[in-house]
Design a protein around this ligand. Structure first.
Ligand SMILES: [Zn+2]
Ligand SMILES: [Zn+2]
Length: 254
């Protein structure tokens, strides 16, 4: 294989700024892989193949053997999303291993590693229902947190879909007026949802009125954040909201 600029660049990178993989501790040999080595990205993809979307509506992942013909099934609807305000939700895969590490790193540096970019693009491409969106809206950070971080990591992910779909990235539609800590221990789903009520305001409703929206967040945990944000968009007149998150936590053994 001829040496390309990238190979030379990566060789220099491993020599000058060696980095340990955030999952296995081995060497990250490509700058484009971010904080996770190529082997761990491959392992994540392989692991992800053992899952299928249990719910066609909310996209809840379940660890399940593949069907008798060896292909993954989809079940129609789970019993947990009947009252969800969004039309559907999808994620690239379970929030763990390489994906989790890459998303945590994205909060420290606004660069999306190539394997994560590919996962986002492939997942979006595989769900034709998501392609009807007319605008792509990232879940915003509250003003103070955004100022501290200097950017919103969710915008980095939403930008990939906006670019692929040609739908504009709209960052000024929704504002987060209350910063909460949604992962506080001991909080159940209902308490989380209550703590988030009124957390979002549509500051420019005309940007979403009558539009089909794809709402993007980094992780779907209880779903409280995207439910509340979806409701705010619908109140502002959005014609419909679908949700895309990079990761999704595994719950209830599923
Ligand atoms: Zn690794
Ligand atoms: Zn469901």
């Amino acid at each position: 294989m001829p040496l390309s600029f990238n190979h030379i660049f990566d060789a220099a990178f491993t020599l000058l700024a060696p980095q340990d993989c955030a999952v296995c501790g081995g060497n990250v040999s490509r700058l484009a892989d971010g904080v996770v080595c190529g082997g761990c990205w491959t392992a994540y993809r392989t692991f992800r193949e053992t899952f299928y979307l249990a719910c066609d509506r909310c996209g809840r992942w379940r660890l399940t053997p593949t069907g008798i013909d060896g292909t993954p099934h989809r079940l129609p609807n789970c019993d947990q999303c009947a009252d969800a305000p969004f039309e559907r939700a999808r994620s690239c895969g379970p929030y763990r291993d390489g994906l989790r590490r890459a998303l945590l790193a994205l909060k420290r540096r606004p660069t999306v590693p190539e394997p994560l970019r590919e996962l986002v693009f492939e997942t979006w491409r595989a769900v034709p229902e998501l392609h009807a969106a007319e605008i792509v809206v990232p879940v915003p950070l509250a003003g103070r947190r955004r100022r501290e971080r200097g950017y919103n990591q969710t915008e980095c992910l939403a930008g990939i879909i906006a670019e692929a779909s040609g739908a504009p990235l709209v960052t000024e539609a929704l504002a987060r007026v209350v910063e909460t800590r949604p992962h506080r221990a001991g909080m159940d789903d209902r308490a989380r949802e209550q703590s988030l009520e009124n957390a979002f305001q549509t500051i420019r409703p005309r940007l979403v009125a009558g539009k089909r929206v794809l709402l993007v967040d980094d992780v779907f945990t209880s779903g409280a954040t995207v439910r509340i944000a979806t409701t705010a968009l619908l109140v502002a007149g959005a014609a419909g909201v679908s949700v895309f998150t990079a990761g999704r936590t595994l719950r209830d053994g599923g």
